[in-house]
Design a protein around this ligand. Structure first.
Ligand code: HEC
Length: 110
């Protein structure tokens, strides 16, 4: 009986673990989808391209996630000139949620 009780606890623990990681994965997916929408809504595509979509004035971002990690991308989006004093990209007014969503989206482009 004791063994069954232990087994039940282990199964319950694993179920909670799996449910938790599925929830986290879903959250990441919706954050990226949100970021992809913001790429258009915030006018990023007016200067950048991602996989052929957009305007090739500024660097192509199709593989930007392989170049920078998300925390760098977040810092860049908050204020490009703080990362690179000579930056030509304007500072774009974004909420913290928008910064995180855009960085999650850009970080997934590898
Ligand atoms: C007015 C044009 C313009 C707009 C709008 C713009 N960018 Fe940029 N962006 C640039 C330029 C130019 C650079 C090249 C670095 C610099 O500023 O000199 C750049 C660089 C970047 C980089 C770093 C690229 C690299 O390889 O180092 C990222 C990431 C980026 N932009 C993301 C975005 C996102 C996301 C948006 C929308 C919120 C956006 N940009 C809107 C012009 C723009």
């Amino acid at each position: 009986m004791a063994a069954i009780a232990v087994l039940a606890r282990v199964v319950l623990f694993l179920a909670v673990l799996v449910a938790g990681s599925v929830a986290v994965a879903q959250e990441r997916t919706s954050e990226r989808a949100q970021g992809e929408k913001l790429f258009v809504a915030q006018g990023c595509y007016g200067c950048h391209t991602v996989r052929g979509f957009g305007t090739p004035i500024a660097p192509d971002l199709s593989r930007i996630g392989a170049k920078y990690d998300e925390s760098y991308l977040e810092r860049w989006l908050r204020d490009p000139s703080l990362q690179r004093p000579t930056a030509h990209m304007p500072k774009i007014t974004l909420t913290e949620d928008e910064v995180r969503a855009l960085a999650a989206y850009l970080g997934s482009l590898q």
